[in-house]
Design a protein around this ligand. Structure first.
Ligand SMILES: [Zn+2]
Length: 496
C-alpha cells in the first residue's frame, strides 16, 4: 500500500496587511521529500508524526512531497502559494501511477492574494490528477473554514478535537487508519458537511467543547461511521464560506451521514452563546491581579496573538502598566527589530530612550517611546521544553530584555513561538518570580503555563486578532450571521 503525503498549512487573517511570503514558510517549516520523514518521524506533536507512526505499523509506504507551514498572518502571496502548489502537484503527478491514496495535512483557513479557498482549489487540482477512484484524506485545524469545494474533492476531512490544540498526532493517526481501511476494503465513503451561519471567537471557551467531543465519540462508536468532526471556523477571514461546521463520514450510508451531520450542527447551534471566552477590561484585570496574593498572574493578550494573525507589536499592556505604575511584570513579547538593534548598539546596563512597537500593526497600535535599561542581550535561540516544542530549537532572532520602571519588556526580532516558559528562562527571567506575565497568546498557555500560572486572565485586546466582529468591515461573508445580525431562522435554512 502506497500513500502520497503533503502539507501546506496556514491560517490567514484577511484583516492583516502583513502578507505571508515564502520567507515566512522558510522561517517556520519548508521541507521536501525525505527530509519530511527525517523531521517528523517519532514526533508526538504533529499530524505527520502520527501518520508515520500508523504507516509503519500497517506497512504503508509513504511517499513524502512537501511540508510547508508559516505562522498565522495576512494572506499568502500568490508567488509563495504557486511555488508550494507547483512543488506539491508535480510530485503527486510523478507518483500517481504507483499510489493507492493521498493524505494531506492542511489548516483549512488559508487565504491567498488571489484565492479565498486555496485548500478547495488544491484538492480540486489533486482530484484531477489522481482521478476519482484514489481516496483523498485530509486533516484540518480546528479553526478551518471548510468549503464546499473541499468536501466535494476529498473523501474525508478530519479535524482536531482540542483547543488548545494538543491532539495533532492523534488526528494524523486517525486519518492514516481511515485511509488504510478505505484502501484495504475498497470503500468509497460518503461525507456530509453542515455549515452554521455564525462567527465564533477564535479563542473560544472550553465549556461547550466537552459536549461536542462526546458527540464525536458517540458517533464514532458506530461501525458505519468512519469519522465525525466539528470546526469552530476562523472568523478573521472575510470570505464567503467562513464559519463553523460539522462533518460526518460514513462507509456508504448517505442518509445517515446527512442526518448525523445535521444533528451535530444543530447541537453546535444550540451551544452558540457558550463559545465566547470570558474577558475583562485592562483596568479590571490589573485590579484583579494586584488584589491577588502571589503570582504569576498570566495576562493573555489575545488581540495581538501571533498564532491568530496578530502583528505582535501592539504595546497596549506596556502603556497601560506604565500609566498604572505596575511593577514586577514581564511583557512577552513585542516584535521590533529596530528597537532590538538600538538596544544592542547601546549595550547592557546603559540607559537609553527607544521607540517600541506599532510598526507591524499600524492599524491598532501607535509606537511608544520609553526610557529604560537593557538587562539582557541574547541571540534569541532557545530549546523548547514543553510538549509542543520538545527537542526543537526556537529562533526569535536577536532579543533583549529592556527594564522600564520595573517592567521587563522582552523585545524580539521575529514572530515565533513564545508559549514555552523556557523562552523567558533563556533570557534569565524566572516566570515564577513575577507578579504579572503578559503573553501574546491564545489558549496554549493553559497547557504550557499550567503548573506555573496562579491565575489566567484573558483580554480581548487591540490587534488584528481582536474578535469584536462589530468593529470589522466584512464585505464577503453571507448575512445574516450570528452574532452580528438578529437571527431567528434555523441554521438549516442555509444548509449545504
Ligand atoms: Zn487553530
Amino acid at each position: 500500500m502506497r500513500v502520497v503525503l503533503g502539507s501546506i498549512w496556514h491560517e490567514s487573517n484577511t484583516f492583516s496587511p502583513t502578507k505571508t511570503d515564502l520567507k515566512c514558510f522558510k522561517e517556520n517549516q519548508l521541507l521536501f521529500d525525505n527530509d519530511i520523514l527525517d523531521y517528523h518521524r517519532g514526533r508526538k506533536n504533529t499530524e505527520i508524526g502520527g501518520i508515520l507512526e500508523v504507516a509503519e505499523n500497517k506497512h504503508i509506504e509513504i511517499i513524502p512531497t512537501v511540508s510547508a507551514s508559516a505562522i498565522p498572518s495576512g494572506p499568502v502571496t500568490t508567488a509563495a502559494f504557486k511555488f508550494l502548489e507547483q512543488n506539491l502537484l508535480e510530485r503527486i503527478q510523478k507518483a500517481k501511477q504507483q499510489i493507492d491514496g493521498v493524505l494531506l495535512v492542511l489548516h483549512g483557513a488559508m487565504v491567498t492574494e488571489d484565492l479565498d479557498d486555496p485548500e478547495g482549489y488544491l484538492l480540486h487540482r489533486i482530484r484531477e490528477i489522481v482521478g476519482s477512484s484514489i481516496p483523498i484524506g485530509v486533516t484540518l485545524d480546528h479553526h478551518a473554514n471548510v468549503s464546499r469545494q473541499m468536501v466535494e474533492n476529498a473523501d474525508f476531512l478530519i479535524g482536531y478535537r482540542t483547543h488548545p490544540h494538543v491532539d495533532q498526532s492523534e488526528v494524523g493517526q486517525q486519518a492514516a487508519k481511515v485511509m488504510s481501511f478505505l484502501i484495504e476494503n475498497e470503500v468509497k465513503p460518503v461525507m456530509r458537511m453542515r455549515k452554521l451561519p455564525a462567527l465564533f471567537p477564535g479563542e473560544s471557551s472550553p465549556k461547550p467543547r466537552a459536549k461536542l467531543v462526546q458527540r464525536i465519540e458517540e458517533l464514532e462508536r458506530r461501525e458505519e461511521i468512519l469519522s465525525a468532526s466539528f470546526f469552530i471556523g476562523y472568523s478573521l477571514a472575510d470570505i464567503k464560506e467562513v464559519g463553523p461546521c460539522a462533518i460526518v463520514v460514513t462507509r456508504k450510508d448517505k442518509q445517515l451521514a446527512e442526518f448525523e451531520a445535521d444533528r451535530f450542527a444543530q447541537l453546535m447551534w444550540k451551544l452558540r452563546n457558550e463559545f465566547a471566552l470570558e474577558t475583562v477590561s485592562i483596568d479590571e484585570g490589573i485590579e484583579q491581579a494586584l488584589g491577588t496574593s502571589g503570582g504569576p498572574i498570566l495576562f493573555v493578550d489575545t488581540g495581538d496573538c501571533f498564532w491568530a494573525g496578530g502583528g505582535g507589536d501592539v504595546p497596549f499592556f506596556l502603556q497601560s502598566f506604565l500609566k498604572k505604575g505596575v511593577k514586577n511584570a514581564v511583557i512577552a513579547v513585542i516584535v521590533d527589530l529596530e528597537a532590538v538593534n538600538k538596544c544592542i548598539r547601546t549595550g547592557v546596563g546603559k540607559r537609553l530612550t527607544v521607540t517600541v512597537g506599532g510598526k507591524l500593526d499600524q492599524v491598532n497600535a501607535k509606537p511608544i517611546t520609553v526610557t529604560g535599561t537593557a538587562r539582557v542581550i541574547s541571540n534569541g535561540k532557545y530549546w523548547g521544553k514543553d510538549f509542543q516544542f520538545t527537542e526543537k530549537e526556537i529562533d526569535m532572532g536577536p532579543a533583549i530584555v529592556l527594564d522600564v520602571n520595573g517592567i521587563g519588556v522582552v523585545i524580539v526580532s521575529k514572530r515565533t513561538s513564545i508559549h514555552d516558559p523556557a523562552m523567558l528562562r533563556s533570557l534569565n527571567i524566572e516566570p515564577k518570580d513575577k507578579k504579572i506575565i503578559v503573553l501574546k497568546d491564545g489558549l496554549l498557555n493553559l497547557v504550557t503555563y499550567k503548573s506555573i500560572a496562579k491565575e489566567t486572565i484573558f483580554f480581548n485586546s487591540p490587534g488584528f486578532a481582536n474578535w469584536d466582529y462589530c468593529k470589522r468591515s466584512y464585505q464577503k461573508i453571507l448575512r445574516p450571521i450570528f452574532p452580528l445580525d438578529p437571527l431567528s431562522l434555523s441554521f438549516s435554512n442555509r444548509a449545504n
